[in-house]
Design a protein around this ligand. Structure first.
Ligand SMILES: [Zn+2]
Length: 249
């Protein structure tokens, strides 16, 4: 006997056609990452038609199944047309969705990733510095999933870091104080980080996002910070994300 319909909200991250008229898609939902089949969604007459597209924020009813959950009803909440009309923003959105997907697990019942992704996608088209928004997204999503970067204390001895250049290791997700760095000869696995870059990351971790705008940051400074985070992401996921190769986001 078929179980009762369940309700979910989420963002479609990927979609493929299946058989003649079905679509299979991946959703980052308020219940973790999930896969669905929308039967007949390719038929123009279907009430599911038009809703099952990547980057759509949807509400759906589905029948849970051990293989693929089958969608019975769907409604678009937001289609992010403001992003879809600009190729460069689409790439940025794809990258953020791929990152969210890589760090999500099935049925984890945690809506925080969805909320973080939604808020990033809603803001990116009005942002003065979109790469800064991506840096904030990367920083926050790592923190949310328990891979937060340790910025204020030495990752080895826990001593508070003084205002100076320090070395960052993506392996351990943090900085070394001068003493630990020298005594442990950690040069090969660390990169030197300027005071300014540390300040940017610390400001993000304090959520003082408005202050960042007043810093008059150059793209290069933001990029340097993003390289640190990107190395951490690569170490956590174990692979480079596909979208990173395609464009310098
Ligand atoms: Zn130390």
């Amino acid at each position: 006997m078929k179980g009762p319909n369940k309700h979910l909200k989420g963002i479609i991250t990927r979609c493929t056609n299946y058989k003649e008229s079905d679509r299979i898609f991946t959703l980052i939902s308020d219940d973790g990452i999930m896969k669905f089949i929308a039967r007949g969604a390719k038929k123009p007459s279907s009430k599911l038609s038009g809703h099952i597209e990547p980057l759509n924020y949807i509400a759906l009813y589905y029948r849970p199944s051990k293989s693929l959950n089958s969608v019975s009803q769907v409604e678009s909440i937001h289609s992010f047309l403001e992003i879809k009309k600009e190729y460069n923003l689409i790439l940025k959105a794809q990258y953020m969705m791929e990152l969210a997907e890589s760090l999500s697990s099935e049925n984890d019942g945690n809506s925080s990733i969805l909320n973080l992704l939604l808020s990033a996608l809603k803001n990116i088209h009005i942002s003065k510095i979109p790469t800064l928004d991506i840096l904030i997204f990367e920083f926050e999503i790592l923190k949310l999933q328990g891979f937060g970067i340790s910025l204020f204390n030495c990752t080895n001895c826990n001593k508070e870091l003084e205002r100076a250049e320090h070395y960052f290791s993506s392996n351990v997700g943090g900085f070394y104080c001068a003493r630990c760095f020298e005594s442990k000869s950690l040069f090969s696995e660390s990169v030197k980080v300027t005071i300014d870059q540390q300040l940017i990351l610390r400001t993000i971790s304090r959520k003082n996002y408005k202050d960042l705008i007043n810093f008059n940051l150059s793209e290069k400074e933001i990029d340097n910070c993003r390289k640190l985070i990107r190395d951490s992401i690569r170490d956590i996921i174990g692979v480079q994300l596909k979208t990173v190769k395609f464009s310098d986001l």
